[in-house]
Design a protein around this ligand. Structure first.
Ligand code: G4P
Length: 279
């Protein structure tokens, strides 16, 4: 498979995570709310064992609201703290401070019993590329907080962002790699534009999207393009090309152009809020 991710990348990413994770109390695991399964690397369970965990369903603004709730419940049942967020606009951020406090309560109490008072919780953000780690850190940390700089005893070069007197965030996120063993994972990540898949053509992605939407979100295509959702996916793509004026010189449908339009519309949310998988 040809997905930008090679063993060298993965080994390096893993080594960095293993180093950084020693320094922290809490892992803030970012998932893409449209594909919470496919954007998750379960290795985090092993890497982050004995650490408190907060799962964030990021890009919740692009995902189906009712399915956001189903996924949030799913992770809660697994014992995680969960929030739905839109890191770009900041929606859902307010509750996070409180969730961090709850997730780390046990640790804070353990500290207190040992006479350690007011030691801030240290957290790191982790997730696969493009899930929104940098956006989250920027929005969450905002402008109000200052970088604390290097600290004695902490790996040189690590920057901590002081969020308040209770929480410090590592300013470099942990990079996880997607779990490609399951073929549909790569496909879905390509559909949402999170990875460049050099093997799949735009037309293949578009055809997958058409079939998926007809099955799981009937009416969406009709709403957007005014086409009837009948016949084969190829025929439907032709009708979308007609409806949108994606035509070649001779007036024939330009399938390539129509496919690019469909893929773009899905990624940008113009086809509505969509979640590609359920627990
Ligand atoms: P990373 O650090 O995990 O690699 O991801 P990054 O923050 O760079 O975000 C990847 C893309 O996802 C960015 O879009 C970013 O704006 C977008 N994004 C992040 N969080 C959210 C969210 O909650 N909702 C939505 N709708 N988008 C989000 P981009 O197209 O690469 O950049 P730009 O168009 O924002 O400049």
């Amino acid at each position: 498979m040809n997905y930008q991710w090679y063993p060298g990348h993965m080994t390096k990413a893993r080594r960095m995570m293993q180093e950084d994770i020693k320094l922290i109390d809490l892992v803030i695991e970012l998932l893409d709310a449209r594909v919470p399964y496919s954007s998750r690397n379960p290795d985090i369970d092993e890497l982050g064992k004995n650490k408190a965990r907060l799962v964030l369903l990021n890009k919740a603004d692009l995902a189906d609201e009712s399915r956001n709730r189903i996924w949030a419940e799913h992770f809660r049942e697994k014992g995680c703290y969960v929030a739905e967020v839109d890191s770009r606009s900041g929606t859902g951020m307010k509750q996070i401070q409180e969730l961090i406090r709850e997730a780390c309560r046990e640790k804070t109490e353990r500290d207190r019993r040992r006479g350690i008072l007011n030691r801030p919780v240290r957290a790191m953000v982790a997730g696969i590329p493009n899930v929104g780690k940098s956006t989250f850190i920027n929005t969450f940390a905002g402008k109000a907080c200052a970088k604390t700089g290097n600290k004695p005893g902490v790996t040189k070069g690590k920057q901590w962002i002081r969020l308040n007197k209770n929480v410090e965030l590592l300013d470099t996120p942990g990079i996880l790699w997607p779990k490609f063993e399951d073929q549909s994972v790569g496909l879905k990540l390509a559909v949402i534009g999170s990875i460049k898949d050099e093997l799949l053509q735009t037309e293949e992605l578009a055809m997958w999207i058409l079939a998926f939407l007809r099955e799981q979100y009937p009416g969406r295509l009709q709403e957007r393009y005014g086409t009837r959702e009948e016949g084969t996916d190829a025929k439907l793509l032709g009708e979308i090309a007609d409806a949108r004026g994606c035509l070649q010189k001779g007036g024939q449908p330009d399938y390539q152009k129509a496919a690019a339009l469909v893929v773009d519309d899905l990624r940008s949310g113009k086809l509505g809020r969509i979640t590609l998988e359920l627990p």
